[in-house]
Unconditional design. Structure first.
Lengths: 274, 336
């Protein structure tokens, strides 16, 4: 096994007071690849990712990081290998962008956590990589959704993790910023880290993932390259009817769109503005 | 970014202000003391009434005010981040109510009004009430995956209401002449003589302060949510438990000796964030210094403004603190 690999082995999980459960699930992620985790709402994507990041402990099964059982590792040890970006990163206080990014150095710091020159150089690099150095002195709460998401990604990158686990990093972003975030993830992966991305955007998953995991009702029901997973039969089984698939004109990857339009819009005549 | 140099620069400023407050405050009161007489007595060991008042009466009182104010501000600053609630303050945990109930019970039974070592019965009962409250809330909030801060909040509010009702019941039943003592305790005060009382709060205060001072870096992370903080390597459960215990112990120590003094734990951390930023490696020690200085100066006003009598310091903290805090808010908003 690659020493930078994360391996999830037959993990299960159930929420107290809720019938939902994650059935035994296994997958591994190694540096240099992007794994997209897709599936309908409530299928268990975020739960699987949170288990992989050590945020929640599996009921059974285990997670191996860099050859070690995650259950035997401290949170700092895990964070030094695995970077996790959750859906909710709501800032309660007005930290500056550079302060927020510097917080990513936490697993490498001791005592009061003052940054040494090496830590500062890592923070600077992450600001540049994520194209956020221009607003380093601004408050995190004054940024747009896209800017903020890049800053939070920079903060995770400042951990210098071998593997990135990103939970819907482009939700609430416009298409321009979605492409920017996924392009950034692709570039990062080329530098030798691995990324697992939970997303509802099947087209972004198709364009940027090396392989996909499709989940439904707490189970991984399919895995493979985007061309293998994103076909009508499989998507109908997991998402239901009403999905059409075409090929991207430039790279031939599958592109997904709704099959039907409402009757109200079918015969609409669009007038050019006066 | 907070560098070591910037940290020490900021903290030095707060510490110098605190030291200045601690040195100047004891000289003023119903009688102003002579600097020369006090210094002569301390350095040359000349007998002096001024020095006796300074060392035996004023200094312990000032030190107690500083410790109580600092502890409440430190606890408030930590709780506001863990609960993600800008209105959080130490008394939200229900400790004020339970401490007050303990004190009221001790006052209501004349035979209980005794001293045991450095502890008075009122302080002991108040402390016991606080500790019972901490244990109950902890038992309610602890679960298999950590500690529920929402439960802490709700249980704290409920205990405060229950204790409030119990205090009313005790007041209804006791002899009317005891009500004055109860009201005086409820208004808060730091009027002690000698150092014995200060020593008596240390068994709770010291571990509480140590637990809270350790959390600066983790609290910064928690401001971005529990999952983000955990992803960065913070042990969330441990931080929550330590903040809860630290807040509980330091608040219990402060309340049991000085009564429920409001406002300090709420406004001082906000004032510090407005003055020198939101990094909690600075906010926590700075809140301790500024909270201590604020209560010391409030006590100075309380014992001089209606001299030769005194006002309860709790009234001063609200009257002085409110406008000062509003001024800080206005000043900052003009710069934004």
């Amino acid at each position: 096994m690659n020493h930078k690999q994360i391996s999830i082995q037959k993990v299960t999980y159930s929420y107290a007071g809720n019938g939902w459960q994650l059935y035994p699930a296994s997958f591994s992620l190694k540096p240099g690849e992007i794994a997209g985790i897709i599936g309908p709402n409530g299928s268990g994507k975020s739960t699987l990712l949170r288990i992989a990041a050590g945020i929640i402990r599996p009921s059974t099964g285990k997670v191996i990081v860099a050859g070690k059982d995650m259950a035997d590792m401290s949170r700092r040890e895990i964070a030094a290998s695995v970077g996790f970006l959750p859906q909710d990163t709501g800032g309660y206080l007005d930290y500056l962008v550079e302060e927020a990014v510097a917080m990513g150095r936490f697993p490498h710091l001791k005592g009061a956590g003052f940054l040494c020159p090496h830590d500062i150089s890592v923070v600077e690099r992450c600001l540049i990589e994520t194209d956020t150095e221009a607003y380093r002195g601004r408050s995190i709460n004054q940024l747009s959704g896209g800017e903020r998401q890049r800053v939070m990604l920079a903060s995770v990158l400042a951990q210098e993790p071998d593997l990135l686990l990103l939970d819907e990093p482009t939700s609430a972003l416009d298409i321009h910023h979605q492409v920017k975030i996924f392009t950034l993830i692709s570039e990062l992966v080329q530098t030798g880290i691995g990324a697992a991305v939970v997303t509802h955007d099947l087209n972004m998953a198709s364009l940027f993932s090396d392989r996909l995991l499709l989940m439904k009702q707490g189970k991984i029901i399919c895995r493979g390259r985007p061309e293998e997973i994103l076909n009508k039969d499989i998507l109908h089984e997991s998402y239901g009817e009403g999905i059409e698939i075409m090929q991207h004109p430039k790279n031939g990857r599958p592109m997904i769109f709704p099959a039907s339009v409402s009757n109200r819009n079918r015969d609409r005549v669009y007038l050019s503005p006066c | 970014m907070l560098t070591r140099k910037k940290f020490f620069f900021l903290i030095t400023g707060y510490v110098l202000f605190s030291v200045a407050t601690l040195i100047i405050a004891p000289f003023f009161g119903s009688e102003s003391l002579s600097w020369r007489n006090v210094l002569d007595a301390v350095i040359l060991h000349h007998a002096s009434v001024d020095a006796d008042i300074f060392i035996l009466h004023r200094l312990p009182r000032v030190l107690l005010a500083f410790l109580v104010g600092g502890s409440l501000a430190l606890a408030g600053g930590s709780l506001q981040v863990v609960l993600k609630n800008p209105l959080a303050e130490p008394f939200i945990l229900g400790i004020a109510g339970s401490g007050a109930l303990g004190a009221v019970i001790a006052i209501s039974v004349p035979g209980l009004y005794i001293h045991a070592g450095p502890f008075s019965s009122v302080q002991l009962f108040s402390m016991t009430g606080c500790i019972i409250c901490i244990v109950i809330i902890y038992r309610l909030a602890a679960n298999t995956i950590g500690i529920s801060m929402n439960t802490i909040l709700l249980a704290g509010v409920t205990i405060n209401i229950l204790c409030g009702a119990s205090i009313l019941l005790v007041r209804y039943l006791v002899s009317p002449h005891l009500l004055v003592s109860m009201d005086r305790w409820m208004m808060g005060g730091v009027d002690i003589i000698g150092y014995r009382e200060i020593l008596s709060i240390f068994p709770l205060l010291l571990p509480g302060l140590v637990l809270l001072f350790m959390q600066g870096n983790s609290l910064n992370q928690l401001a971005f949510g529990k999952e983000m903080a955990a992803g960065h390597g913070v042990n969330i459960t441990r931080v929550q438990k330590q903040v809860f215990l630290g807040t509980g112990l330091s608040t219990a120590a402060a309340i049991s000796m000085a009564g429920p003094i409001g406002f300090v734990g709420l406004i001082i951390p906000h004032a510090v964030r407005r003055l020198t930023g939101v990094d909690h490696r600075v906010v926590l020690p700075a809140s301790f210094c500024l909270g201590g200085s604020f209560l010391t100066l409030s006590d100075l006003v309380a014992r001089t403004v209606v001299s030769p009598t005194e006002m309860p310091v709790g009234i001063i903290t609200a009257i002085v603190g409110g406008p000062v805090f509003l001024k800080i808010l206005l000043k900052k908003n003009r710069h934004v």
